[in-house]
Design a protein around this ligand. Sequence first.
Ligand code: ADP
Ligand code: ASP
Ligand code: MG
Length: 428
Amino acid sequence: MGRIVMKFGGTSVADLDRIRAVSRLVETEVRAGHEVAVVVSAMSGETNRLVALVDALDADRIGDEDRHGGAIHDEYDSIVASGEQVTSGLLAIALRRRGIRARSWLGWQIPLRTDKAHSKARIAEIESSAIGPSLSAGNVAVVAGFQGVSDDGRISTLGRGGSDTSAVALAVALKADRCDIYTDVDGIYTTDPRIVPEARRLHRIAFEEMLELASLGAKVLQVRSVELAMNYNLPIRVLTSMADDGQPNPGTLVCHEDETMEERVVSGVAYSRDEAQITLLRLKDKPGMVAKVCKAMSDAGVIVDMIVQGISRSDNAANMTFTVGKRDLETALSALEKAKSDIGFEGIKHDSGVTKVSVVGIGMRSHTGVAQTMFEALAEKGINIEVIATSEIKISVLIDSEYTELAVRALHSAFELHAQTAPRVSAP
Ligand code: ADP
Ligand code: ASP
Ligand code: MG
């Protein structure tokens, strides 16, 4: 017996039959004697539909008019959060119809407090003084994921995929014994199984590796949820909601490195198409230039990711290439145009048809040769590398988006990720 948090994503609550199936999974845990808080996402496709409505109206603005009307992120949140309101109510009804006491909780009712960064708010605090006693009294809490209430009393949302973070944060606040994230795959795979059918489910993965994979594009868990779980040392189990046939459903445990057991150098391959590449042509080659470029970007609120500077030429001018999020490309370009004479460059080129492909593994800390294997595998397929970035446990390359699938598959097989690794022999 214990307290558990179960989270169900969009495909897991896609229609009434799926919601009924979820209610059966919840019932099993309740009948086993657990106190259960469930976090739900909106029905699959619903958040995209709501975002498209907002975008369509937002596009009506003419010229600078938006500056007078103001930003719309607060209203965006109020609209897109509604998807989760529907599923939390529906699941509460489905549970009651199975004879289980349940009620829905919206972000503001808990309250789950966030900062005012609408559309990408961060959780400040979750009060447990109402929901905690309700759970102890034997009620299932069905919590609308993704949403909270900002400190100015408005509805806020936690960024796309944010229900994962709602679940982990709630598990921490409620001192839950387990946090189970149910989704449409039966665990964390060596790469996105939609791209590589031979991808293999990992039994366990270290927080650090999962954090890198998520940051580098594997959208199976929201980055912030992994960060939170790591900071509070709360293991997360990722498992499928699609198998309610009583078969074992072990999923993947995301946990501390010491508990991962599997000996491997590379654990996974991730890719992100949300990238754009900018090249500044004939930038003056003198100290402080890169700093000026980065300052122009940070003043515009744009995060610079990979950076490479071309070899300096005899006339003291060099090209500098860097990447930004695709969504930030326009903002970045106009900020650079404004700062052109101050920074001192001759022209700008940009390309949003690029993908970042990365290999991740904590084994890279102690093994050499990963970069060589990676670059050779890409070269063999004739894939050109535009930019390279490395850290202790990852290597990323920027390539033409056209070759995304080819590159992911080539790397998956170059590191033999389809093959089962032998469990590490633990000390007696
Ligand atoms: P949910 O709606 O349950 O939150 P998501 O669509 O956000 O589910 O995440 C699950 C999807 O993540 C899978 O269907 C899969 O295509 C994708 N994915 C990407 N990388 C991986 C990976 N390494 N392991 C498992 N799934 C992955
Ligand atoms: N419904 C939200 C989204 O689609 C949050 C989530 O699913 O986690 O991004
Ligand atoms: Mg998700």
